[in-house]
Every structure is written in C-alpha cells, then in structure tokens.
Design a binder for this molecule. Structure first.
Ligand SMILES: NC(=O)c1ccc[n+]([C@@H]2O[C@H](COP(=O)([O-])OP(=O)(O)OC[C@H]3O[C@@H](n4cnc5c(N)ncnc54)[C@H](O)[C@@H]3O)[C@@H](O)[C@H]2O)c1
Length: 327
C-alpha cells in the first residue's frame, strides 16, 4: 500500500480522491492550506489532515519525509475566478507551489507525481481536427492567471519528467462536477443541482447554456477514482485529457434531472454565443475535447453515467440536508 500526499486534499476533487485512496487501504496525508472539514469530515480518523501551504517548500519537504510519502497527487490551486480576482496569489500558489512539489518529489525520490491541469489551456484553439482538440494540439491559453499558470505547469511537469526521469503525469481536466464546491466557475453548476435537489428555485447558469456547447465533464467521484487509478499505473504517457466519452449539454442535464425529480420543470435560456468567461473554456465554448486516450490507452472506466451521477448527487445533497432521498 502507498503513502500518499494529496495537496488541496479537502477541496472538491481532493475529498473524493482521498476517500477513494483510504478505501483502497493507502495511508493519506491531506495537505491543504484551508482545510474544508465539511468535505472530509466523513473520513475522520482515516486520514491525516495537515493545514499547510504548498508555497512553503520547507514544510512540504518535511511532511513528505516524515510520512515516507511515495505518491503525490497535486491538486492545490486557486481556481479560475479566484485566480482572476487574486492574480499574484494565483501565480504564487499555482506556479511556485507546483514547482515546490516537483522539487520536493525530485529531492526525496518520490515514486510518482500526478497533477491537475485544465482544458482552460486550450482557450480559443483552432484544433488540427475539425471541432475537437486532443493532447497533441498545441494549447493557446487565454491570458488570465489561471490558464497561463496551468500551461506553465504542464511545461514544468514535462521538464521534470524528461530531465530527471521522474514519473510525472498531468491530467488535463475538462471539469469535475458534483458535490463539494458550490462557488466559482463550475461551482455554479453544482449549486444549481444542489438547490434543485433541495426543492429550491434556481436558474440554470448562463455560462453553461450555449447552444453549441459540448461538455465532457466527469462526475467528481469518478474524477477522484480516476486520479487514484492513474496513480497506481506504471509509467505511461505524460498527459491525458480527463473527461467522459459521451458529451452532454444543458438540455441533457435538465431532461435527466427532471426525470429524477418527478417531472419538475426547469427554465434554461439557451444562448447563441458563449458568455465572456466561457468563450475561453473548451466545452462551454463549443470546442470539443478528445478524451479517448484516457479510456482507450489506460482502460479507465467511469462508474457513473450522467443520469446515475445526477441521481447520486441528489441523494448526497438530500442526505446532507436531512431530507429523505425520494421526498
Ligand atoms: N473542479 C474542476 O472542475 C476542475 C477543472 C479543471 C481543473 N481543475 C483543477 O483540479 C484541482 C482541484 O480542483 P478543485 O475543484 O478540487 O478545487 P478546490 O478549490 O475545491 O480545491 C482546491 C484546494 O486547494 C487548497 N489550496 C489552495 N491554495 C493552497 C495552498 N497554497 N496550499 C495548499 N492548499 C491550497 C484549497 O484550500 C482547496 O481546498 C485544481 O488544480 C484545479 O485547477 C479542477
């Protein structure tokens, strides 16, 4: 069994990843600047939560050494909207923090590092194949601190892998949707489903209402599972797009949610163009992302489809609010 360090481990993806890892019998240190115990409280006593900062290299080295860490999954970051609001902090956490992780892994001979990038690096790419971008397309990120820090990290990870022979894998995430984060860009989508599950009125977010969008977003429990799955593989390729095989859109979401919620109606105002913020994000802006490599080369199989995932989230949110699942 492995000794894992998960940075950003109490965040939306981190919490479900940690659950996956402890269920598989691994020892997990969850390394998070501002631990969100709402997300990992259910794992109490099954992992160690350390309130710590990836921008502090000494602390990182110490924690890795003390815990004989052999696997790092690096998720800590300021996400899109927070990065735009706090650019200096975003560059520091996202770039310097990632470099601290790479350096610590190099100096202490950590066996494997898997880290999170984002399809925001594609920006308004003109892909080589009509309408779909794969791992070999050369990203063209918008200039915001989030997307530029992610592209820097992708190049940085490749450097450490090629120059030092380290086993570093980059997962370029389409989006992880589901419980755990109800703010920020994709968080609006989660908040919509959470409130719908609790019977509240809530408009569908315009950021995800573009007529031609193609969402290959994966349910967050499957994203956690995916990081755990990839971390256990022997060294393979460097970079994988992480998303589902069948894209969906707002209409598919509303249709399935309505079936789950006994025919409840939701209003969506379909847009003829993506919103300003979505115009730079592959998926919501209509640019499709090829995720076949993850599924075909690595053999990853998500456990949820769109409808079963929506059903799971409705139950999860109702359970948390003390409402019976079929109310
Ligand atoms: N959720 C998505 O849809 C999505 C999409 C693409 C990429 N990603 C990437 O996946 C990773 C995880 O995303 P998430 O949605 O779980 O984010 P999140 O915001 O829910 O979690 C990030 C966690 O990192 C922690 N953190 C922030 N600064 C830190 C620091 N200096 N030191 C230690 N911890 C720190 C935060 O406290 C938070 O718990 C991020 O790198 C993100 O960019 C996520």
């Amino acid at each position: 069994m492995g000794n894992y360090l998960v940075t950003g481990g109490t965040g939306q993806i981190g919490a479900f990843l940690c659950e996956e890892l402890v269920n598989a019998g691994h020892r997990v240190v969850c390394y998070d600047f501002k631990p969100n115990m709402d997300n990992v409280g259910r794992l109490a006593n099954r992992l160690t939560v350390e309130a710590a900062d990836v921008t502090d290299p000494t602390d990182l080295l110490h924690t890795i050494k003390e815990n004989s860490v052999d696997h790092i999954i690096h998720l800590a970051a300021l996400v899109l909207l927070d990065s735009i609001k706090h650019p200096a902090r975003a560059y520091n956490v996202n770039i310097i923090g990632t470099n601290n992780v790479m350096e610590a892994a190099r100096l202490l001979d950590v066996k494997k590092v898997v880290f999170a990038s984002s399809v925001s690096v594609y920006g308004s790419l003109n892909p080589r194949r009509a309408g779909i971008a794969d791992e070999d397309d050369i990203p063209n990120p918008p200039h915001d601190p989030y997307s530029t820090s992610k592209i820097t990290n992708e190049l940085m990870g490749k450097y450490y892998r090629e120059s030092y022979g380290m086993d570093v894998t980059c997962m370029r995430i389409t989006a992880a949707w589901g419980p755990g984060r109800y703010w920020g860009y994709t968080g609006q989508f989660n908040e919509f489903i959470r409130r719908a599950a609790l019977g509240q009125d809530v408009p569908f977010p315009p950021d995800f209402s573009y007529r031609l969008e193609k969402l290959r977003w994966m349910y967050v429990k499957d994203v956690g599972y995916c990081f755990s799955f990839v971390s256990e593989l022997p060294r393979r390729d460097y970079l994988y797009n992480l998303g589902v095989m069948s894209p969906f859109n707002h209409k598919d979401v509303i249709e399935s949610l309505s079936e789950i919620l006994s025919g409840r109606k939701f209003e969506v105002k379909e847009l003829d163009a993506p919103t300003t913020v979505s115009s730079g994000v592959a998926g919501p802006n209509g640019l499709d992302v090829d995720c076949t490599k993850l599924h075909n080369q690595l053999g990853f199989r998500p456990r949820f489809g769109l409808k079963s995932a929506l059903d799971d989230m409705v139950r999860f949110e109702r359970g948390k609010a003390g409402i019976p699942p079929n109310a």
